[in-house]
Write a protein that binds this ligand. Structure first.
Ligand code: CIZ
Length: 352
């Protein structure tokens, strides 16, 4: 099928579903997918907006943990479907819930109160363990406020899964380096030195985002040499050296807002996922010059193509017409719902 036939077929299917279907897409999706979406946003924005959707089906173009959060918050009777069920966030998979539970047992053995703080980019299982143990979820936009909260609730906080966001947030709070401890998880936790961990106020899970750890200070130096007037913006999932060398660091929503508010004729070099950078560059053509710090693409987001979206929509037809089940539906474990919700609600309470 040609690209235009595929495009038309998806639009025909959208018309056929009408108000029964809402397609949502994360900012890191390709343009060929985004053009079919009713809504786009970052993971938290999409989860929040999915909670307001009352169409029977939400087709979530993104990765699994995002669709899981949407399914957790979706209204009763609304089904969330993921066009590519194997599209996983590798960082979210770096903190399996069972291992987290084991590590928390180890870290609290001496009677210390350790508050888990799970980045929203984590599995529902991790959010549930976090909620059950008195912790909260955070986003890259509110990590500073939430880490401050977690540190004040107990003797220490466990930040997971992203070590870099944890380190960059600790820098913003002025938490000394010698009060931080990066956990070594080889051997399922057998390598963690409990005495050293007991001295730290911030325990960091060693996960990372493969898109954002591709940026380095050499690229920033090169960019400054070629475009001395450019402002350099990066995401706080980048390593601290990159965040410190950049002019600004902030979440996806911060980067988008910064672009919209930048003065006409400014030059911005952005270190985040390439689909978002290229879309912003196109939208701002003639007003701003937007350059990628380097091209860094998320291969997991790229698993959702127009063909894949089309196949998932076709599989939704018998669900609509005959009430059949679909392999694309995201079913969440009901036991995880209450504790995961508790972790999300703590964040909403603290952040208002
Ligand atoms: O959670 C998201 O959507 C991502 C990947 C980053 C952010 O800063 O919001």
């Amino acid at each position: 099928m040609s690209n235009s036939e595929l495009h038309d077929k998806i639009e025909d299917l959208r018309r056929r579903f009408g108000a029964d279907l809402t397609i949502v897409g994360h900012h890191y999706q390709s343009d060929e997918v985004i053009r079919h979406c009713d809504l786009r946003g970052d993971s938290l924005e999409l989860a929040r907006r999915c909670a307001q959707i009352d169409s029977r089906f939400i087709m979530f173009c993104g990765v699994y943990f995002m669709a899981e959060s949407a399914a957790l918050l979706a209204q009763d009777g609304v089904q969330v479907h993921l066009p590519e069920p194997s599209a996983e966030c590798s960082m979210a998979l770096m903190s399996p819930p069972d291992l987290m539970r084991r590590i928390m047992t180890l870290l609290t053995r001496s009677g210390r109160r350790v508050i888990p703080l799970a980045y929203v980019n984590s599995t529902l299982g991790v959010k549930a363990v976090t909620g059950a143990l008195g912790g909260s979820v955070c986003t890259s936009a509110n990590a500073r406020k939430m880490l401050d909260w977690a540190l004040r609730q107990g003797d220490a906080a466990l930040f997971l899964p992203d070590k870099n966001l944890g380190q960059n947030t600790a820098d913003l709070l002025g938490l000394p380096e010698n009060e931080r401890f990066v956990l070594r998880l080889r051997g399922g936790g057998a390598d963690v030195d409990p005495k050293a961990a007991d001295k730290a106020r911030l325990l960091l899970w060693p996960g990372f985002c493969s898109i954002h750890t591709r940026f380095n200070t050499q690229q920033i130096r090169r960019m400054r040499a070629e475009y001395p007037q450019a402002r350099i913006l990066v995401h706080p999932e980048c390593v601290p050296e990159v965040v410190n060398a950049a002019d600004e660091a902030g979440s996806t929503s911060f980067i988008i807002r910064y672009v919209h508010e930048a003065p006409t004729d400014a030059t911005l070099a952005i270190g985040t996922e390439i689909n978002l950078v290229e879309r912003l560059a196109l939208e701002q053509t003639g007003r701003l010059k937007i350059l990628p710090l380097v091209e860094s693409a998320c291969t997991h987001m790229a698993q959702t193509t127009e063909e894949i979206l089309c196949a998932a929509l076709e599989a939704l037809v018998p669900v609509l017409e005959k009430g059949e089940d679909s392999p694309y539906r995201v079913n969440i474990d009901t036991e995880l719902e209450a504790p995961a919700r508790a972790a999300l609600e703590r964040m909403l309470t603290v952040c208002g």
